[in-house]
Design a protein around this ligand. Structure first.
Ligand SMILES: [Mg+2]
Length: 216
C-alpha cells in the first residue's frame, strides 16, 4: 500500500516563518501581522478570526506580491528532492495548511500531488472571505481523509509532518508523525523529531528502504 505524506507549511516546510508573515512583509505590514500571529499563537484568536483580519490587512495585495513572498520565503532545503523521492516510490505527498490557498497552492509547482489551504478569494481580492473555507486543526484531518479517499489509502498509511499545536489533531490521527522544528508540546507527541533546515534529513528519519533523497 502506498504511503501518503502530509506536510504542514508554516514552521515546517518554512523555517521560523509563516506565509502570512512573508505576504505581509511584501506589503510593509510586518508589525501588523506580528500582532495577529502573536494573538493567534496565544489562542486569543480562532483561525477564522485570524483569516478575516489578514484578509482585511491585505486589501492591496497583488499576484506579484504573492510571488515575491513565495520566492523570498525561508524554505527548508531539499523539499523538491524529498517530493521527487516520494513520487518515485509510488507514494503521495500533500500539503495541508491553515495559510491562504493562493499561497499554499504554489507548492504544486514543486511536485506536491495536492496542496490545500484556507480558501481565500483569488488575488487581487474582489470578494469577501467565506468563513466556511477557513481550515482549522480538526479540518486538517477532514482534508487528510478526503486525500486518503482520492489516493486509495487509509489513515494507517499516512505520515504527518508538523511543528505546532495546529498539527496535534492530525498527529493523533495517523500512525507516524515527524515533528520538524517543533514546539515541545508537539515533539512529545511525534514518532520522530527533527531540528534543522534540510527536509531530506527529516524524511530520512522514517528509515524507508532504498531512499535516494539522502543528503550527500
Ligand atoms: Mg505550522
Amino acid at each position: 500500500m502506498p504511503l501518503l505524506h502530509l506536510f504542514d507549511l508554516d514552521g515546517t516546510l518554512m523555517f521560523g516563518s509563516a506565509a502570512p508573515v512573508e505576504i505581509s512583509r511584501q506589503l510593509g505590514l510586518s508589525t501588523e501581522i506580528a500582532e495577529l500571529e502573536r494573538a493567534f499563537a496565544a489562542r486569543e484568536m480562532e483561525p477564522h478570526e485570524f483569516s478575516l483580519a489578514a484578509h482585511a490587512l491585505w486589501a492591496e495585495l497583488t499576484p506579484a506580491h504573492v510571488r515575491a513572498a513565495f520566492d523570498g520565503s525561508p524554505w527548508l532545503t531539499g523539499i523538491r528532492e524529498v517530493w521527487r523521492d516520494i513520487r518515485e516510490r509510488g507514494d503521495y505527498c500533500a500539503v495541508i495548511s491553515l495559510s491562504p490557498s493562493f499561497f499554499v497552492e504554489l507548492l504544486m509547482e514543486w511536485g506536491a500531488h495536492a496542496a490545500h489551504g484556507s480558501v481565500y478569494p483569488s488575488v487581487p481580492f474582489t470578494g469577501p472571505l467565506e468563513v466556511a473555507g477557513i481550515l482549522t486543526p480538526e479540518g486538517k484531518v477532514t482534508v487528510a481523509d478526503q486525500l486518503c479517499e482520492r489516493f486509495g489509502v487509509t489513515r494507517e498509511d499516512c505520515v504527518a509532518y508538523g511543528d505546532s499545536m495546529t498539527d496535534s489533531v492530525l498527529f493523533a490521527s495517523v500512525p507516524v508523525s515527524v515533528a520538524v522544528n517543533a514546539r515541545p508540546y508537539l515533539a512529545e507527541r511525534a514518532t520522530h523529531v527533527y531540528v534543522g533546515r534540510d527536509l531530506r534529513e527529516a524524511y530520512r528519519l522514517l528509515g524507508l528502504p532504498r531512499s535516494e533523497a539522502a543528503p550527500s
